[in-house]
Design a protein around this ligand. Structure first.
Ligand SMILES: Cc1cc2nc3c(=O)[nH]c(=O)nc-3n(C[C@H](O)[C@H](O)[C@H](O)COP(=O)(O)O)c2cc1C
Length: 179
């Protein structure tokens, strides 16, 4: 069965991202069409990119890069769950993307973002530019979540409207997996 990784883009202490991603995982696991698991960038703990050769050359020097390459290679598609930081994406997700190249190529990708004034949409729009060079295949639809309405005491909570959107994007990414 195809594997989809749910990437938690936020690594800060007290992050809301973990509760968002875990909720997405819970919904996704109801599907029998793919295997879902979390890819937690906080646990993977990559240093800021220190490879001497750009990833596109596929010549990795460091064990942490080789380990990250193995993890990403194992997946057929991804869902990035990201906050918006200063109207852009968090450094941790850009760093994790920059480490690799061929491992990302031609794999479908869905975005789920959360935030306040723009519900995280600006992080998604910036990430669209980056993932296009990596030849990831982002869905044109995405899900954006308003933390004013869907978070309390530092934790995300869902409702039917958000769940319907999440279920829809889970269906959409499964439909784009290459069989
Ligand atoms: C460095 C930083 C910058 C932020 N910038 C934005 C922003 O531009 N837009 C926004 O809606 N929220 C912004 N916020 C608020 C975040 O949406 C909120 O803190 C959210 O919980 C961050 O996700 P996380 O908890 O998973 O890290 C910012 C938060 C941080 C820590």
């Amino acid at each position: 069965m195809k594997k989809i990784g749910i990437i938690i883009a936020s690594v800060r202490e007290g992050r809301i991202g973990e509760s968002v991603a875990k909720h997405v995982l819970e919904l996704a696991k109801r599907s029998k069409n793919a295997n879902y698991s979390l890819i937690d960038l906080k646990k993977i703990n990559l240093p800021m990119l220190n490879e001497p050769i750009p990833a596109v050359m596929n010549d990795y020097q460091y064990p942490h890069t080789k380990a990250w390459s193995k993890i990403v290679s194992d997946y057929d598609g991804f869902i990035i769950v990201t906050p918006e930081y200063n109207h852009g994406y968090p450094a941790a997700i850009k760093n994790a993307l920059d480490y690799l190249y061929v491992e990302w190529n031609n794999k479908p990708l869905a975005f789920i973002a959360y935030g306040y004034s723009a519900n995280g949409a600006r992080a998604i729009e910036q990430l669209r530019q980056v993932v296009s060079y990596l030849q990831l295949k982002p869905l044109w639809k995405d899900v954006v979540i308003n933390l004013g309405q869907n978070a309390k005491d530092g934790a995300f909570f869902s409702n039917d409207t958000v769940d319907n959107q999440l279920n829809e994007i889970i269906k959409d990414i499964e439909n784009t997996l290459v069989s």
